[in-house]
Ligand binder design. Structure first.
Ligand SMILES: O=P(O)(O)OC[C@@]1(O)O[C@H](CO)[C@@H](O)[C@@H]1O
Length: 513
Protein backbone atom coordinates (compact mmCIF):
# COMPACT_ATOMS: atom_id res chain seq x y z
CA UNK A 1 0.00 0.00 0.00
CA UNK A 2 1.37 3.49 -0.81
CA UNK A 3 2.47 5.76 2.01
CA UNK A 4 0.01 8.56 2.71
CA UNK A 5 2.72 11.12 1.88
CA UNK A 6 3.19 9.77 -1.70
CA UNK A 7 -0.49 10.13 -2.68
CA UNK A 8 -0.84 12.93 -5.22
CA UNK A 9 -2.54 15.98 -3.81
CA UNK A 10 -4.70 17.20 -6.68
CA UNK A 11 -5.56 20.40 -4.88
CA UNK A 12 -1.97 21.60 -4.43
CA UNK A 13 -1.06 24.62 -6.64
CA UNK A 14 1.73 22.59 -8.24
CA UNK A 15 -0.88 20.15 -9.60
CA UNK A 16 -2.69 22.83 -11.59
CA UNK A 17 -2.10 23.16 -15.34
CA UNK A 18 -0.14 26.32 -16.17
CA UNK A 19 -2.45 29.17 -17.21
CA UNK A 20 -0.53 29.95 -20.35
CA UNK A 21 2.49 28.38 -22.00
CA UNK A 22 4.34 30.70 -24.30
CA UNK A 23 6.63 29.20 -26.93
CA UNK A 24 9.32 31.28 -28.56
CA UNK A 25 9.29 29.90 -32.11
CA UNK A 26 10.61 31.79 -35.09
CA UNK A 27 10.81 29.29 -37.93
CA UNK A 28 7.20 28.23 -38.48
CA UNK A 29 5.57 29.08 -41.83
CA UNK A 30 3.52 32.29 -41.88
CA UNK A 31 -0.19 32.14 -41.02
CA UNK A 32 -2.51 31.83 -44.00
CA UNK A 33 -6.14 32.67 -44.61
CA UNK A 34 -9.08 31.19 -46.51
CA UNK A 35 -9.55 27.79 -44.89
CA UNK A 36 -12.92 26.36 -44.24
CA UNK A 37 -14.82 26.88 -47.46
CA UNK A 38 -17.21 23.91 -47.77
CA UNK A 39 -15.95 22.20 -44.65
CA UNK A 40 -18.49 20.41 -42.50
CA UNK A 41 -19.69 22.18 -39.38
CA UNK A 42 -18.75 18.95 -37.61
CA UNK A 43 -15.70 16.95 -38.60
CA UNK A 44 -16.74 13.58 -40.04
CA UNK A 45 -15.42 11.67 -37.04
CA UNK A 46 -17.87 13.53 -34.80
CA UNK A 47 -20.86 12.84 -37.03
CA UNK A 48 -23.16 10.15 -35.68
CA UNK A 49 -26.76 9.10 -36.44
CA UNK A 50 -28.16 11.60 -33.96
CA UNK A 51 -25.74 14.36 -35.00
CA UNK A 52 -25.54 14.79 -38.75
CA UNK A 53 -23.01 17.25 -40.17
CA UNK A 54 -25.72 19.92 -40.25
CA UNK A 55 -28.80 19.95 -37.96
CA UNK A 56 -31.16 17.03 -38.59
CA UNK A 57 -34.79 17.41 -39.61
CA UNK A 58 -36.92 16.19 -36.71
CA UNK A 59 -40.66 15.61 -36.40
CA UNK A 60 -41.17 18.52 -34.02
CA UNK A 61 -39.85 21.02 -36.61
CA UNK A 62 -43.25 22.38 -37.52
CA UNK A 63 -42.05 24.13 -40.66
CA UNK A 64 -40.68 20.90 -42.19
CA UNK A 65 -42.15 18.01 -44.15
CA UNK A 66 -40.90 15.87 -41.27
CA UNK A 67 -43.65 17.31 -39.10
CA UNK A 68 -46.39 16.67 -41.65
CA UNK A 69 -45.11 13.13 -42.21
CA UNK A 70 -44.82 12.14 -38.58
CA UNK A 71 -48.07 13.81 -37.56
CA UNK A 72 -50.34 13.03 -40.51
CA UNK A 73 -48.84 10.96 -43.32
CA UNK A 74 -47.56 8.05 -41.25
CA UNK A 75 -50.78 7.54 -39.27
CA UNK A 76 -52.71 7.72 -42.57
CA UNK A 77 -50.43 5.16 -44.18
CA UNK A 78 -50.69 2.89 -41.15
CA UNK A 79 -54.49 3.24 -41.14
CA UNK A 80 -54.62 2.20 -44.79
CA UNK A 81 -52.30 -0.71 -44.05
CA UNK A 82 -54.71 -1.90 -41.34
CA UNK A 83 -57.56 -1.69 -43.88
CA UNK A 84 -55.54 -3.86 -46.23
CA UNK A 85 -55.01 -6.54 -43.60
CA UNK A 86 -58.69 -6.49 -42.68
CA UNK A 87 -59.46 -7.14 -46.33
CA UNK A 88 -57.17 -10.16 -46.28
CA UNK A 89 -58.71 -11.32 -43.03
CA UNK A 90 -62.16 -11.29 -44.57
CA UNK A 91 -61.01 -13.78 -47.22
CA UNK A 92 -59.50 -16.17 -44.67
CA UNK A 93 -61.40 -19.13 -43.23
CA UNK A 94 -58.89 -21.33 -41.32
CA UNK A 95 -59.19 -20.56 -37.61
CA UNK A 96 -55.49 -20.66 -36.71
CA UNK A 97 -54.59 -18.34 -39.55
CA UNK A 98 -57.47 -16.01 -38.73
CA UNK A 99 -56.44 -15.76 -35.07
CA UNK A 100 -52.82 -15.27 -36.06
CA UNK A 101 -53.74 -12.42 -38.41
CA UNK A 102 -56.00 -10.79 -35.83
CA UNK A 103 -52.97 -10.63 -33.54
CA UNK A 104 -51.03 -8.87 -36.30
CA UNK A 105 -53.79 -6.28 -36.47
CA UNK A 106 -53.66 -5.77 -32.70
CA UNK A 107 -49.92 -5.14 -32.93
CA UNK A 108 -50.57 -2.61 -35.70
CA UNK A 109 -53.08 -0.86 -33.48
CA UNK A 110 -50.50 -0.72 -30.67
CA UNK A 111 -48.09 0.82 -33.11
CA UNK A 112 -50.72 3.39 -34.07
CA UNK A 113 -51.11 4.28 -30.37
CA UNK A 114 -47.34 4.63 -29.98
CA UNK A 115 -47.12 6.81 -33.05
CA UNK A 116 -50.02 9.06 -32.17
CA UNK A 117 -49.07 9.18 -28.51
CA UNK A 118 -45.46 10.01 -29.44
CA UNK A 119 -44.02 7.12 -27.41
CA UNK A 120 -40.35 6.51 -26.78
CA UNK A 121 -38.57 4.28 -29.31
CA UNK A 122 -38.25 0.81 -27.82
CA UNK A 123 -35.93 -1.93 -29.11
CA UNK A 124 -37.25 -4.09 -31.94
CA UNK A 125 -38.39 -7.50 -30.69
CA UNK A 126 -36.12 -10.28 -31.89
CA UNK A 127 -38.03 -11.87 -34.75
CA UNK A 128 -35.04 -13.74 -36.10
CA UNK A 129 -34.28 -11.27 -38.91
CA UNK A 130 -30.63 -10.43 -39.62
CA UNK A 131 -31.13 -6.69 -39.18
CA UNK A 132 -32.19 -6.86 -35.50
CA UNK A 133 -28.71 -6.39 -33.97
CA UNK A 134 -28.11 -3.38 -36.22
CA UNK A 135 -31.42 -1.80 -35.17
CA UNK A 136 -31.07 -2.40 -31.48
CA UNK A 137 -27.44 -1.36 -31.35
CA UNK A 138 -28.33 1.92 -33.02
CA UNK A 139 -31.28 2.55 -30.69
CA UNK A 140 -29.20 1.78 -27.61
CA UNK A 141 -26.24 3.83 -28.68
CA UNK A 142 -27.88 6.93 -30.15
CA UNK A 143 -31.61 7.02 -29.51
CA UNK A 144 -32.18 5.80 -25.96
CA UNK A 145 -35.04 7.86 -24.51
CA UNK A 146 -35.84 9.48 -27.86
CA UNK A 147 -39.40 9.50 -29.13
CA UNK A 148 -41.03 9.58 -32.59
CA UNK A 149 -40.97 13.37 -32.72
CA UNK A 150 -37.56 14.27 -31.31
CA UNK A 151 -35.48 11.56 -32.97
CA UNK A 152 -34.19 12.58 -36.41
CA UNK A 153 -37.09 12.22 -38.86
CA UNK A 154 -35.21 9.78 -41.04
CA UNK A 155 -34.59 7.38 -38.18
CA UNK A 156 -38.05 7.72 -36.61
CA UNK A 157 -39.72 7.08 -39.95
CA UNK A 158 -37.57 4.06 -40.79
CA UNK A 159 -38.21 2.75 -37.27
CA UNK A 160 -41.97 2.99 -37.82
CA UNK A 161 -41.70 0.81 -40.94
CA UNK A 162 -39.53 -1.71 -39.10
CA UNK A 163 -42.09 -1.86 -36.31
CA UNK A 164 -44.76 -2.47 -38.91
CA UNK A 165 -42.80 -5.45 -40.20
CA UNK A 166 -42.47 -6.70 -36.63
CA UNK A 167 -46.29 -6.81 -36.41
CA UNK A 168 -46.12 -9.65 -38.96
CA UNK A 169 -42.70 -11.18 -38.40
CA UNK A 170 -43.79 -12.26 -34.90
CA UNK A 171 -46.71 -14.23 -36.33
CA UNK A 172 -46.75 -17.86 -37.38
CA UNK A 173 -48.39 -17.68 -40.80
CA UNK A 174 -47.99 -14.08 -41.93
CA UNK A 175 -44.27 -13.44 -41.51
CA UNK A 176 -43.73 -12.09 -45.00
CA UNK A 177 -47.07 -10.38 -45.47
CA UNK A 178 -46.72 -7.15 -47.49
CA UNK A 179 -49.40 -4.61 -46.62
CA UNK A 180 -48.48 -2.58 -49.69
CA UNK A 181 -48.47 -5.37 -52.26
CA UNK A 182 -52.00 -4.64 -53.56
CA UNK A 183 -51.19 -0.93 -53.94
CA UNK A 184 -47.92 -1.64 -55.73
CA UNK A 185 -49.61 -3.80 -58.34
CA UNK A 186 -52.22 -1.11 -58.79
CA UNK A 187 -49.70 1.65 -59.61
CA UNK A 188 -48.38 -0.46 -62.42
CA UNK A 189 -51.83 -1.05 -63.80
CA UNK A 190 -52.76 2.63 -63.42
CA UNK A 191 -49.77 3.57 -65.60
CA UNK A 192 -50.99 1.82 -68.76
CA UNK A 193 -50.22 4.57 -71.30
CA UNK A 194 -46.64 5.01 -70.20
CA UNK A 195 -46.08 1.26 -69.80
CA UNK A 196 -47.02 0.57 -73.43
CA UNK A 197 -45.36 3.72 -74.73
CA UNK A 198 -42.09 2.28 -73.46
CA UNK A 199 -42.69 -1.39 -74.28
CA UNK A 200 -43.60 -0.66 -77.90
CA UNK A 201 -40.44 1.43 -78.30
CA UNK A 202 -38.06 -0.97 -76.60
CA UNK A 203 -39.38 -4.48 -77.27
CA UNK A 204 -37.19 -4.70 -80.38
CA UNK A 205 -33.55 -4.94 -79.33
CA UNK A 206 -31.55 -1.73 -79.67
CA UNK A 207 -29.86 -1.39 -83.08
CA UNK A 208 -27.73 1.35 -84.57
CA UNK A 209 -28.86 2.88 -87.88
CA UNK A 210 -27.44 1.09 -90.95
CA UNK A 211 -24.29 2.70 -92.27
CA UNK A 212 -23.84 5.07 -89.31
CA UNK A 213 -20.25 6.20 -88.72
CA UNK A 214 -18.58 5.56 -85.38
CA UNK A 215 -19.13 9.20 -84.41
CA UNK A 216 -22.81 9.02 -85.39
CA UNK A 217 -23.23 5.82 -83.41
CA UNK A 218 -21.72 7.43 -80.35
CA UNK A 219 -23.95 10.46 -80.70
CA UNK A 220 -27.03 8.24 -81.06
CA UNK A 221 -26.04 6.45 -77.87
CA UNK A 222 -25.46 9.73 -76.08
CA UNK A 223 -28.91 11.01 -76.95
CA UNK A 224 -30.55 7.77 -75.92
CA UNK A 225 -28.63 7.73 -72.65
CA UNK A 226 -29.71 11.27 -71.98
CA UNK A 227 -33.40 10.49 -72.47
CA UNK A 228 -33.50 7.12 -70.77
CA UNK A 229 -31.71 8.45 -67.70
CA UNK A 230 -34.48 11.00 -67.44
CA UNK A 231 -37.18 8.39 -67.90
CA UNK A 232 -35.57 6.47 -65.07
CA UNK A 233 -35.44 9.68 -63.02
CA UNK A 234 -39.04 10.82 -63.55
CA UNK A 235 -40.36 7.29 -63.12
CA UNK A 236 -39.80 8.15 -59.47
CA UNK A 237 -42.43 10.92 -59.55
CA UNK A 238 -45.26 8.48 -59.18
CA UNK A 239 -44.48 7.50 -55.65
CA UNK A 240 -47.46 5.75 -54.10
CA UNK A 241 -47.43 7.59 -50.83
CA UNK A 242 -47.85 10.86 -52.69
CA UNK A 243 -50.52 9.55 -55.02
CA UNK A 244 -53.19 9.71 -52.39
CA UNK A 245 -54.62 12.95 -53.77
CA UNK A 246 -53.75 12.62 -57.45
CA UNK A 247 -56.19 12.16 -60.27
CA UNK A 248 -55.43 9.74 -63.04
CA UNK A 249 -54.90 12.73 -65.35
CA UNK A 250 -52.21 14.11 -62.99
CA UNK A 251 -50.45 10.78 -62.99
CA UNK A 252 -50.52 10.52 -66.76
CA UNK A 253 -49.01 13.97 -67.04
CA UNK A 254 -46.22 13.05 -64.67
CA UNK A 255 -45.52 9.87 -66.53
CA UNK A 256 -45.63 11.28 -70.03
CA UNK A 257 -42.61 9.93 -71.83
CA UNK A 258 -42.85 11.98 -75.03
CA UNK A 259 -39.66 13.78 -76.17
CA UNK A 260 -41.04 17.32 -75.82
CA UNK A 261 -42.14 16.73 -72.31
CA UNK A 262 -38.71 15.44 -71.40
CA UNK A 263 -36.98 18.47 -72.86
CA UNK A 264 -39.23 20.71 -70.79
CA UNK A 265 -38.78 18.71 -67.63
CA UNK A 266 -34.99 18.85 -68.00
CA UNK A 267 -35.32 22.50 -67.01
CA UNK A 268 -36.66 21.24 -63.71
CA UNK A 269 -33.46 19.33 -62.98
CA UNK A 270 -31.94 21.87 -60.63
CA UNK A 271 -28.56 20.19 -60.24
CA UNK A 272 -27.78 18.40 -63.48
CA UNK A 273 -24.62 16.26 -63.94
CA UNK A 274 -26.06 14.27 -66.87
CA UNK A 275 -23.32 15.43 -69.25
CA UNK A 276 -20.58 14.47 -66.77
CA UNK A 277 -22.18 11.07 -66.17
CA UNK A 278 -22.29 10.38 -69.91
CA UNK A 279 -18.67 11.45 -70.24
CA UNK A 280 -17.78 8.87 -67.59
CA UNK A 281 -19.89 5.92 -68.78
CA UNK A 282 -18.76 6.38 -72.37
CA UNK A 283 -15.07 6.53 -71.38
CA UNK A 284 -12.48 3.76 -70.96
CA UNK A 285 -12.68 4.22 -67.20
CA UNK A 286 -16.15 2.61 -67.17
CA UNK A 287 -15.76 -1.20 -67.37
CA UNK A 288 -12.93 -2.64 -69.45
CA UNK A 289 -12.05 -2.45 -73.13
CA UNK A 290 -13.47 -5.94 -73.71
CA UNK A 291 -16.68 -5.61 -71.76
CA UNK A 292 -19.04 -2.95 -70.45
CA UNK A 293 -19.21 -1.78 -66.86
CA UNK A 294 -21.07 -3.03 -63.84
CA UNK A 295 -23.86 -0.72 -62.73
CA UNK A 296 -25.71 -1.09 -59.42
CA UNK A 297 -29.18 0.31 -58.80
CA UNK A 298 -30.19 0.95 -55.23
CA UNK A 299 -33.88 0.68 -55.95
CA UNK A 300 -36.73 2.75 -54.69
CA UNK A 301 -40.36 2.09 -55.66
CA UNK A 302 -41.98 -0.98 -57.16
CA UNK A 303 -44.56 -0.86 -59.96
CA UNK A 304 -44.08 1.79 -62.59
CA UNK A 305 -40.77 3.12 -61.26
CA UNK A 306 -39.20 -0.34 -61.20
CA UNK A 307 -40.48 -0.90 -64.73
CA UNK A 308 -38.70 2.32 -65.86
CA UNK A 309 -35.52 1.20 -64.07
CA UNK A 310 -35.69 -2.10 -65.94
CA UNK A 311 -36.26 -0.39 -69.32
CA UNK A 312 -33.14 1.68 -68.62
CA UNK A 313 -31.17 -1.35 -67.40
CA UNK A 314 -32.20 -3.26 -70.53
CA UNK A 315 -30.91 -0.53 -72.81
CA UNK A 316 -27.65 -0.22 -70.84
CA UNK A 317 -27.01 -3.91 -71.57
CA UNK A 318 -28.22 -3.75 -75.20
CA UNK A 319 -26.07 -0.74 -75.96
CA UNK A 320 -22.97 -2.54 -74.66
CA UNK A 321 -22.32 0.18 -72.08
CA UNK A 322 -22.93 -2.31 -69.26
CA UNK A 323 -22.19 -6.00 -68.96
CA UNK A 324 -23.98 -6.45 -65.65
CA UNK A 325 -26.70 -4.71 -63.66
CA UNK A 326 -27.18 -5.46 -59.98
CA UNK A 327 -30.49 -4.41 -58.42
CA UNK A 328 -30.54 -3.81 -54.67
CA UNK A 329 -33.97 -4.16 -53.07
CA UNK A 330 -35.41 -4.65 -49.60
CA UNK A 331 -35.67 -7.95 -47.75
CA UNK A 332 -39.24 -7.25 -46.69
CA UNK A 333 -42.00 -4.66 -47.12
CA UNK A 334 -40.42 -1.36 -46.21
CA UNK A 335 -41.45 2.26 -46.91
CA UNK A 336 -44.79 2.34 -48.73
CA UNK A 337 -43.78 1.21 -52.15
CA UNK A 338 -40.19 -0.03 -51.88
CA UNK A 339 -39.18 -2.95 -54.07
CA UNK A 340 -38.91 -6.42 -52.57
CA UNK A 341 -37.91 -9.59 -54.40
CA UNK A 342 -41.57 -10.48 -54.64
CA UNK A 343 -42.23 -7.17 -56.49
CA UNK A 344 -39.33 -7.76 -58.85
CA UNK A 345 -40.52 -11.28 -59.66
CA UNK A 346 -44.14 -10.12 -59.90
CA UNK A 347 -43.22 -7.53 -62.53
CA UNK A 348 -41.27 -9.92 -64.77
CA UNK A 349 -43.75 -12.77 -64.37
CA UNK A 350 -46.82 -10.63 -65.03
CA UNK A 351 -45.22 -9.29 -68.19
CA UNK A 352 -44.56 -12.79 -69.45
CA UNK A 353 -47.40 -14.91 -68.04
CA UNK A 354 -49.99 -12.40 -66.86
CA UNK A 355 -51.86 -12.13 -70.12
CA UNK A 356 -55.31 -12.48 -68.55
CA UNK A 357 -54.45 -10.16 -65.69
CA UNK A 358 -52.97 -7.56 -68.06
CA UNK A 359 -56.02 -7.72 -70.30
CA UNK A 360 -58.24 -7.05 -67.33
CA UNK A 361 -56.18 -4.17 -65.92
CA UNK A 362 -55.34 -2.60 -69.28
CA UNK A 363 -58.68 -2.92 -71.09
CA UNK A 364 -57.59 -0.46 -73.81
CA UNK A 365 -54.36 -2.23 -74.66
CA UNK A 366 -54.12 -3.79 -78.12
CA UNK A 367 -52.80 -7.31 -78.79
CA UNK A 368 -49.66 -5.77 -80.12
CA UNK A 369 -49.20 -3.68 -76.93
CA UNK A 370 -49.51 -6.79 -74.80
CA UNK A 371 -47.16 -8.74 -77.07
CA UNK A 372 -44.54 -6.00 -76.80
CA UNK A 373 -44.67 -6.23 -73.02
CA UNK A 374 -44.28 -9.99 -73.13
CA UNK A 375 -41.31 -9.75 -75.49
CA UNK A 376 -39.63 -7.30 -73.15
CA UNK A 377 -40.37 -9.49 -70.13
CA UNK A 378 -38.92 -12.57 -71.83
CA UNK A 379 -35.70 -10.71 -72.57
CA UNK A 380 -35.44 -9.48 -69.00
CA UNK A 381 -35.92 -12.97 -67.63
CA UNK A 382 -33.16 -14.15 -69.92
CA UNK A 383 -30.81 -11.54 -68.38
CA UNK A 384 -31.65 -12.91 -64.95
CA UNK A 385 -30.94 -16.47 -66.09
CA UNK A 386 -27.60 -15.49 -67.58
CA UNK A 387 -26.56 -13.46 -64.53
CA UNK A 388 -26.51 -10.19 -66.47
CA UNK A 389 -29.18 -8.96 -64.09
CA UNK A 390 -28.81 -9.86 -60.44
CA UNK A 391 -31.27 -9.07 -57.66
CA UNK A 392 -29.82 -8.61 -54.16
CA UNK A 393 -31.24 -7.69 -50.74
CA UNK A 394 -28.63 -6.86 -48.10
CA UNK A 395 -29.98 -6.30 -44.54
CA UNK A 396 -28.30 -2.90 -44.31
CA UNK A 397 -30.87 -1.38 -46.68
CA UNK A 398 -33.65 -2.00 -44.16
CA UNK A 399 -31.91 -0.45 -41.15
CA UNK A 400 -32.21 3.06 -39.77
CA UNK A 401 -28.58 3.86 -40.61
CA UNK A 402 -27.84 6.49 -43.21
CA UNK A 403 -25.24 5.91 -45.91
CA UNK A 404 -22.72 8.00 -43.98
CA UNK A 405 -22.48 4.85 -41.81
CA UNK A 406 -22.54 2.29 -44.64
CA UNK A 407 -18.82 1.62 -44.64
CA UNK A 408 -18.60 1.09 -40.87
CA UNK A 409 -21.88 -0.73 -40.28
CA UNK A 410 -21.89 -2.92 -43.40
CA UNK A 411 -18.24 -3.32 -44.46
CA UNK A 412 -19.10 -6.33 -46.63
CA UNK A 413 -21.63 -4.27 -48.59
CA UNK A 414 -19.13 -1.44 -48.91
CA UNK A 415 -16.51 -3.79 -50.37
CA UNK A 416 -19.11 -5.25 -52.72
CA UNK A 417 -20.25 -1.81 -53.96
CA UNK A 418 -16.65 -0.69 -54.32
CA UNK A 419 -16.35 -3.19 -57.19
CA UNK A 420 -19.12 -1.45 -59.10
CA UNK A 421 -18.35 1.02 -61.87
CA UNK A 422 -21.36 3.14 -60.95
CA UNK A 423 -23.88 2.97 -58.12
CA UNK A 424 -27.17 4.71 -58.92
CA UNK A 425 -29.34 5.60 -55.92
CA UNK A 426 -32.96 6.11 -56.87
CA UNK A 427 -35.46 8.41 -55.26
CA UNK A 428 -36.03 10.71 -52.37
CA UNK A 429 -35.49 8.37 -49.47
CA UNK A 430 -32.13 7.15 -50.78
CA UNK A 431 -31.12 10.79 -51.29
CA UNK A 432 -32.07 11.57 -47.70
CA UNK A 433 -29.97 8.63 -46.53
CA UNK A 434 -27.03 9.72 -48.68
CA UNK A 435 -27.09 13.26 -47.26
CA UNK A 436 -28.08 12.32 -43.69
CA UNK A 437 -31.31 14.28 -44.15
CA UNK A 438 -30.05 17.49 -42.60
CA UNK A 439 -30.08 21.25 -43.19
CA UNK A 440 -27.15 21.16 -45.61
CA UNK A 441 -26.84 24.48 -47.50
CA UNK A 442 -28.42 23.86 -50.90
CA UNK A 443 -25.36 24.96 -52.90
CA UNK A 444 -23.15 22.40 -51.11
CA UNK A 445 -21.56 20.13 -53.74
CA UNK A 446 -23.05 16.63 -53.72
CA UNK A 447 -19.72 14.90 -52.90
CA UNK A 448 -19.39 17.09 -49.80
CA UNK A 449 -22.97 16.39 -48.73
CA UNK A 450 -22.53 12.60 -48.88
CA UNK A 451 -19.36 12.64 -46.78
CA UNK A 452 -17.49 9.35 -46.41
CA UNK A 453 -19.27 7.73 -49.36
CA UNK A 454 -17.45 10.22 -51.57
CA UNK A 455 -14.18 10.64 -49.72
CA UNK A 456 -13.16 7.23 -48.35
CA UNK A 457 -10.59 5.33 -50.41
CA UNK A 458 -12.31 2.77 -52.63
CA UNK A 459 -15.70 4.49 -52.87
CA UNK A 460 -17.27 3.86 -56.27
CA UNK A 461 -18.70 6.62 -58.48
CA UNK A 462 -22.19 7.42 -57.22
CA UNK A 463 -25.20 9.02 -58.87
CA UNK A 464 -28.37 10.21 -57.19
CA UNK A 465 -31.44 10.27 -59.44
CA UNK A 466 -33.99 12.00 -57.28
CA UNK A 467 -37.19 13.93 -57.74
CA UNK A 468 -37.30 16.34 -54.82
CA UNK A 469 -40.04 15.34 -52.37
CA UNK A 470 -38.71 16.45 -48.99
CA UNK A 471 -36.68 19.21 -47.32
CA UNK A 472 -33.04 18.28 -47.85
CA UNK A 473 -31.53 19.77 -51.02
CA UNK A 474 -27.91 20.04 -52.15
CA UNK A 475 -25.90 20.40 -55.35
CA UNK A 476 -27.98 23.20 -56.86
CA UNK A 477 -26.82 26.70 -57.89
CA UNK A 478 -26.55 29.30 -55.12
CA UNK A 479 -29.68 31.40 -54.80
CA UNK A 480 -31.95 28.92 -56.60
CA UNK A 481 -33.49 27.50 -53.44
CA UNK A 482 -34.17 30.98 -52.02
CA UNK A 483 -35.84 32.02 -55.24
CA UNK A 484 -38.03 28.91 -55.31
CA UNK A 485 -38.89 29.34 -51.63
CA UNK A 486 -40.25 32.74 -52.59
CA UNK A 487 -41.98 31.82 -55.85
CA UNK A 488 -43.21 28.27 -55.15
CA UNK A 489 -43.28 27.58 -51.43
CA UNK A 490 -44.25 23.93 -51.96
CA UNK A 491 -41.43 23.15 -54.39
CA UNK A 492 -39.54 20.83 -52.04
CA UNK A 493 -42.34 18.31 -51.74
CA UNK A 494 -44.10 18.56 -55.09
CA UNK A 495 -41.94 16.07 -57.00
CA UNK A 496 -41.86 18.64 -59.83
CA UNK A 497 -38.13 19.33 -59.43
CA UNK A 498 -35.26 16.90 -59.50
CA UNK A 499 -31.50 16.48 -59.20
CA UNK A 500 -29.14 14.24 -61.15
CA UNK A 501 -25.90 14.41 -59.18
CA UNK A 502 -22.56 12.62 -59.53
CA UNK A 503 -19.82 11.92 -57.02
CA UNK A 504 -16.73 10.57 -58.77
CA UNK A 505 -15.54 8.65 -55.71
CA UNK A 506 -12.11 7.04 -55.27
CA UNK A 507 -12.57 3.75 -57.10
CA UNK A 508 -9.60 1.42 -57.15
CA UNK A 509 -7.83 2.91 -54.13
CA UNK A 510 -7.17 0.29 -51.44
CA UNK A 511 -10.00 0.14 -48.91
CA UNK A 512 -8.93 0.73 -45.32
CA UNK A 513 -10.90 -0.15 -42.20
O1 LIG B 1 -38.18 7.65 -51.86
P1 LIG B 1 -39.28 8.16 -52.71
O2 LIG B 1 -40.24 7.09 -53.04
O3 LIG B 1 -38.82 8.92 -53.89
O4 LIG B 1 -40.09 9.25 -51.88
C1 LIG B 1 -40.63 8.86 -50.75
C2 LIG B 1 -41.36 9.92 -49.99
O5 LIG B 1 -42.54 10.30 -50.56
O6 LIG B 1 -41.59 9.26 -48.84
C3 LIG B 1 -40.43 9.36 -48.12
C4 LIG B 1 -40.67 8.98 -46.80
O7 LIG B 1 -41.70 9.75 -46.22
C5 LIG B 1 -39.94 10.76 -48.35
O8 LIG B 1 -38.57 10.77 -48.41
C6 LIG B 1 -40.49 11.10 -49.66
O9 LIG B 1 -41.21 12.24 -49.53
Amino acid sequence: MAEASTIVDRTHPSAQAPKKTTLQLANLPPKQQGFGAQLYPRTPSRVDPNNPPWPAYRGYHEYSFAHATMGVRLPTILGKAIDDVVKTLNDEYEEERVVDLTECISRMEDLMDDLQGNSKLRPIIDDGEGDIPLWNKEIARYFRGKDFMNAPWLFAEAYKYRRMHECFSLSKYWKSYDVFFRQKCETFSRSGDAVFELSTRFAEPFRQADGATVAEQLEAKRLMFHELTQICLWGNSTDLSLLINMTEEDIKKLQSTGGDHLAATEQNILGNDLAKIWEYVSSDRFGTKEKGGRLDFVLDNAGFELYCDCVYADWLIQSGLCSQIRFHGKRFAWFVSDVTRQDFDWLLNSMVYGHRYLRAVFPNASDSDLASLKKLGLRWKEYVKKGQWVYEQHSFWITGYTYWQLRDEAPDLFIHLADSDLVVFKGDLNHRKLTMDCHVPSETPFPVAIGPLATEPGTPPIVSLRTVKSDVVCGIPAGKADQLDKDEPGWKISGKYAVVLLSEGRKGEPIQF
